[in-house]
Structure formats: structure tokens, C-alpha cells
Design a binder for this molecule. Structure first.
Ligand SMILES: Cc1cc2nc3c(=O)[nH]c(=O)nc-3n(C[C@H](O)[C@H](O)[C@H](O)COP(=O)(O)OP(=O)(O)OC[C@H]3O[C@@H](n4cnc5c(N)ncnc54)[C@H](O)[C@@H]3O)c2cc1C
Length: 423
């Protein structure tokens, strides 16, 4: 932890930026690393001055939104200055253009409420209360609506960031058709703050659909292939589902859940057609099933991510479930059967850690396009499992990622080591 003199020296170095500064405490720790100082810039100009001063003193900065996923991706090697984005907030809604420009520290719930007044929405699932716009974009996570609307990066049409040396960079703009220059907003989406501090984002919006239906059907346990076949049939149909989810609890049969949205008359008909396609036992309702869009399991469980093409998903699920069964531990699976992005949770125990490592090792050794990973360092097996194939140097595109990192952040001052491979 930073000493008083250390904090005073940092205040001298960073004070002129205009950011509010205070010594870091245990409650600010990023994966066990207590920042020497916490800085709260009041506006993007102060954020830029802060980053420039930090760079001059070769201080490592780490961005924090609401702090719900501080070690998603990995634990940074160092954290000198924690930049709290809480005051980089504000919503500028161009209602007629279906576009919004929003400060990175704005809570997603606040953005949603503002857009709802005009009958519009950002078609991104806000999965945790308090999540900020910057956190959602920087983690690049997606929920059920990704099936119809694509990942977060597809809804980002402009972004302003502060780069490692304090320079402000804007890309895109306030119109949906925007083709000039590199689309740097896409690069920062999912980069976990390793390439710059996001200060504001411009999104394209959609009207809130007037009606919705959830179609649900239980599937035979152990028949992962049937689940994926049904998801494929729905995707290939003309029913245009907004989401196709799978919820497979530890102690119950898997349930396939389909969301259809649109005008009242059409929605009823499409939901009935989806139910017919899924077989006679399917039910239709207007409220989301429990846990819709949330990660499976409890917050302390081990968490795995499976990102697979639909053709490879049944095998991946079978490998995971058989590893868990062999170890005598339960596994809960939830996520998008429509896009092949699933999460699995195993209550933490030595046996569960062995099972999770075994499953991920087997999946990584198997041929095919999918990828199994531990996305959150706080919910990964402990480091007594040092080697997982593909955990570091075998990551596809790593050389390119390193080259981009070196170009954007030559002194590795932005959350260094956050992304696997040391980026
Ligand atoms: C299906 C699904 C379900 C989920 N369910 C849960 C759940 O139940 N519970 C839960 O806790 N999470 C859940 N998540 C994760 C959740 O989406 C993230 O926790 C949240 O989006 C992060 O927002 P935050 O403001 O808390 O960011 P933070 O946790 O503060 O930051 C997250 C990352 O973004 C970086 N960052 C933040 N702001 C900026 C910025 N302005 N510029 C650059 N980098 C920045 C940080 O450095 C860090 O790397 C779920 C995700 C998915 C896909």
C-alpha cells in the first residue's frame, strides 16, 4: 500500500490535472493490487491531463467503472493510479437520429431510463446493476440480445478515448453511416482498458419493441445435440428470434428459451410458430425466465466461458459435463445457444478445479474453431494449475495483439498484463 509520502509525491505529480485524488485503500484493490492513488477526473479534459502526467512519471493506470469485474480478463501486473470514471457521465440523446452519445462513467441503468422516455433502447443486455457504459464496452461482453443485434462493438458508432500519452482520440461520429478513417472504437471494445481510457461512446439505438414473448421448452437431459439442433432450426426459420438461450441448472433438465419481439399481432403468431417448432411441450409467456441474461451459478463459483460454433457446441458441453460428472461435481450452464457463447459455473472445490482444468485442457487440445477459457481471474482455478494448453503463448492472433499494444501503449502503462499473453 502506498505510504503517506508516496501519496504526497503522487499528488504533486498528478495534482495539476484537476482530478480529485486520494490514497488507494484495500477496497480499491484490483485483484489484490492496491493502487497507490485513486483519481476521479471531473471531465474528459482532466482525464487527458491526468493520463499525460501519469505517462510522464511512467505510472501504470487502470480504469474502473463500477468495479464489478475488476479482474475480468486477468489481473494487471501493477496499478499505480486507479482512474474512477464516475464523473465522466452524461447522456446526449439525438432522439430523431436514434443515436446517443454517453459518458463512459454513466451507469447503464441511467442510460436505459433516459432512452426509455423516448421509447428507445440500446440493444445490449445490462446484466449487472451499476455497470457503467465504459465497463460494458471495455469488457465487450454480450448477453441474449447479441443474436439479433450483434455484439456491443456493432452498436458502437463513435468513441472518444484518452491514449497512453494523454492524447485525446475520437473516431466515428454521430451518424450511423460513418466510413472515414479507422474504426478505432471497435479496437477499444473488449480491450479491457489496455489500449486507452474510454471517455465517451456513441451508440446506434433501436425502438423498444411494443410486445415480446418468451417461448420455453425442457429438453431431454444429456442430449446436447438436440438442444443445438433446435437452436439451429430456429435460427434458420423466418421467426427472427431476438435471443435463443439455454439454461441448464445443476439439478434439472436443460431448458431452451426463445425471445421474440415486435408488434403485438405478429409476436403472438411468431411465438406460437416457435413453440410448434420446438414441440408440443413448449410454453409461451411474457416475462423473462429467472436468471435470464445472468451468469450461471453463484458469484464465488468457478466460471468457464465456451465460445463455439453451433456445430461444435454439443461436443464442448458433453466434454464439460462428463469432466464434472467424473469428478462428482455439479455444473450449471447458461448462455446463448443461438450464438454459441455459453458460461458454466462449478461451485469451487479442489475436485471442481481439477474438473474445470481437465475440461478446458481437453477442449483446447481438440481440433475445431471453438475456445474454452476462464474469463474472470477472480473465478478461475488457483495457480496450482500452472499450465493450460493455449493459456498464453498459443492464443490465436497474439502477435498482432502485442504489436497493437506496443503501438498504442509503448511503455505498457495501461493495465499491463490484463489480457492473456501479457498484453
Ligand atoms: C451474460 C452475462 C451475464 C453477466 N452477469 C454478471 C453477474 O451476474 N454479475 C457480475 O458481476 N457481472 C456479470 N457480468 C459481467 C458484467 O457485464 C460486467 O461486470 C460489467 O459490464 C462491467 O461494468 P463495470 O462498470 O462494473 O466495469 P469495471 O468492473 O469497473 O471494469 C471492467 C473492465 O473494464 C475496464 N474499464 C472500465 N471502464 C473503462 C473505461 N472508461 N475505459 C477503459 N476501460 C474501462 C476496467 O479497467 C476493467 O478491465 C455478466 C456478463 C454477461 C455477458
Amino acid at each position: 500500500m502506498g505510504s503517506r509520502r508516496d501519496a504526497e509525491a503522487l499528488v504533486d505529480a498528478l495534482g495539476a490535472s484537476g482530478a480529485a485524488l486520494r490514497p488507494g485503500g484495500e477496497e480499491d484493490a484490483v485483484g489484490g493490487c492496491v493502487p497507490r492513488i485513486v483519481a476521479v477526473p471531473p471531465d474528459p479534459g482532466a482525464a487527458a491531463a491526468l493520463m499525460a502526467a501519469a505517462a510522464r512519471h511512467r505510472l501504470v493506470t487502470v480504469a474502473r467503472g463500477h468495479g464489478t469485474k475488476p479482474v475480468w480478463g486477468g489481473v494487471p501486473e501493477r496499478c499505480d493510479v486507479l482512474i474512477d470514471t464516475g464523473r465522466l457521465n452524461g447522456v446526449d440523446h439525438a432522439t430523431g437520429d436514434l443515436v446517443v452519445r454517453v459518458g463512459a462513467g454513466t451507469p447503464m441503468a441511467e442510460l436505459e431510463a433516459e432512452l426509455a422516455k423516448a421509447g428507445q433502447r440500446l440493444s445490449v443486455d445490462a446484466v449487472v446493476a451499476g455497470s457503467t457504459v465504459g465497463g460494458v464496452v471495455a469488457t465487450g461482453l454480450s448477453g441474449p440480445l447479441r443474436l439479433l443485434h450483434g455484439p456491443v462493438r456493432d452498436l458502437v458508432i463513435g468513441m472518444t478515448t484518452v491514449l497512453a500519452d494523454g492524447a485525446t482520440a475520437s473516431s466515428g461520429g454521430r451518424v450511423v453511416k460513418n466510413v472515414a478513417g479507422y474504426d478505432l472504437g471497435k479496437l477499444h471494445t473488449g480491450a479491457l482498458g489496455t489500449l486507452g481510457l474510454i471517455t465517451s461512446v456513441t451508440f446506434r439505438l433501436h425502438p423498444v419493441p411494443p410486445a415480446r414473448r418468451f417461448v420455453r421448452v425442457s429438453v431431454e437431459p444429456g442430449d446436447s445435440a438436440a438442444v443445438c439442433d433446435a437452436a439451429r432450426a430456429l435460427r434458420a426459420s423466418q421467426l427472427v428470434p431476438s435471443a435463443i438461450e439455454l439454461d441448464w441448472p445443476v439439478d434439472g433438465p436443460p431448458e431452451l428459451q426463445v425471445l421474440v419481439e415486435g408488434a403485438e399481432s405478429g409476436v403472438g403468431r411468431r411465438a406460437a410458430a416457435a413453440a410448434a417448432l420446438l414441440g408440443g411441450r413448449a410454453g409461451v409467456g411474457t416475462e423473462p425466465p429467472e436468471g435470464w441474461g445472468e451468469l450461471p451459478g453463484a458469484p464465488d463459483d468457478l466460471l468457464l466461458k465456451l465460445a463455439y460454433p453451433l456445430t461444435g457446441l454439443p461436443e464442448a458441453l458433453d466434454v464439460l459435463r462428463s469432466a464434472a460428472a467424473d469428478a462428482g461435481v455439479g455444473v450449471a450452464v447458461r448462455g446463448s445457444a443461438g450464438t454459441g457463447i455459453m458460461y458454466a459455473a462449478l461451485p469451487r472445490s479442489a475436485a471442481a478445479e481439477e474438473a474445470a482444468v481437465d475440461a478446458v485442457s481437453r477442449l483446447r487440445a481438440a481440433p475445431g474453431d471453438g475456445r474454452a477459457s476462464f474469463p474472470d481471474a477472480a473465478r478461475a482455478p488457483r495457480p496450482r494449475h500452472p499450465h493450460l494448453p493455449g493459456a498464453r503463448d498459443e492464443i490465436p492472433g497474439l502477435a498482432l495483439m502485442r504489436a497493437v499494444k506496443d503501438r498504442f501503449d509503448p511503455h505498457h502503462l495501461l493495465s499491463p498484463g490484463r489480457i492473456a499473453g501479457g498484453v
